[in-house]
Design a binder for this molecule. Sequence first.
Ligand code: C6P
Length: 424
Amino acid sequence: MSTATNNLSQEFHPSMAPAPYSVEEVRRDFPILHQQVHGHPLVYLDNAATSQKPRAVIDAISRYYESGNANIHRGVHFLSEHATEEHEAARRIVQRFLNAADKREIIFVRSATEGINLVAQTYGRKHVAAGDEVLISAMEHHSNIVPWQILCEEKGAKLRVIPINDRGELQMDELPKLLTLRTKILAMTHVSNALGTIVPLRKVVEIAHQHKVPVIVDGAQAAPHIGIDVRDLDADFYALSGHKVYGPTGIGVLYGKLALLEAMPPYQGGGDMIRSVTFEKTLYNDLPYKFEAGTPNIGGAIGLGAAIDYIERLGIDNIAAHEHDLLIYATESLLAIDGVHIIGTAADKAAVISFVIDGIHPHDIGTILDREGIAVRTGHHCAQPVMQRFRIPATARASFALYNTREEIDALVKGIQKVKEVFA
Ligand code: C6P
């Protein structure tokens, strides 16, 4: 286990916290936050698992089902045409959010998990053969490990892993050594859900491309916290989940470069992904529909569009600045508590703090915090290899969002003191 010191890049000191927007005003947009849990005001610090939804998102989804529900791309009637327009408008919003060059590069999927599986099962199955290698990092979520393991098992290929150091940073010096002539794909997280590490992705992509290896990015934890520009990153694929960016569950996005998507076989077969079908042969639809078989999650896409609009109204850089302030404040506050150790102390971190307390199991931490109305996640965070790397069974994890406050971090600190008292 690494004993943490605070080596975060400190652009903001707690005493000079920026106020990029009124957090109090913003909190009023999130109805769920205003409730008591076990007799205490809810302190929701489990945003990396899923974030809460602003009224604008809830209203957009209700409005769709109250007055706009119809299947898309199929009807000539008013509701169908209107729903189609709204669905495609959501695609353009996502395109803008990611700065993708073309809206055909935006595929709606169920989640980041499905986006990664899509690439593994289409691009991966086409390009990976026996003896080839797929490269991932040691800080991946299971969603960016298991799809590649399935592929490697099927093809007789090898999964290789870029190590991380004791702070939870990618060992960049290992990357060129692990990119061999047999490497067919590099699958890399942008932000680690278990450690909070922000990966220097542009550099990683540059090095991979020097070796002619395409990069798929798991952006599930980056999208809520930092601005994403797929063109600047030069990422070949980028996957994210709607529910982590204040949108609904069941909707996600896979971005892919047009030329790569054009050359890939379809993922699933069904309605909408075809141009024509006979028993002899099926011709596939154009992008992005080739990868969107069956009736999609129309309400989900509309809700995601509303969520991104909401983020953009606040400004992703303002959100990042606010969350960075919370991260610094929380890091200093937690490190001041005797026996608390932070796991994941990279210089560049998003607003995620994994921690352990000497002699107390993380599940007990989570249970006692819950009695105080504080929601954190405990366990392996679907990143068991990260736990193995740090030789721990689990951590407690506090993850912050645009609506969290320093007062909530103070409540967390008080909660942790309580946990320590109980176990003293
Ligand atoms: N991590 C967490 O508590 P889905 O389930 O497809 O929306 O997201 C999967 C996923 C992929 N990559 C990363 C880096 C993630 O953090 C997650 C989801 C949640 O950390 C739930 S396990």
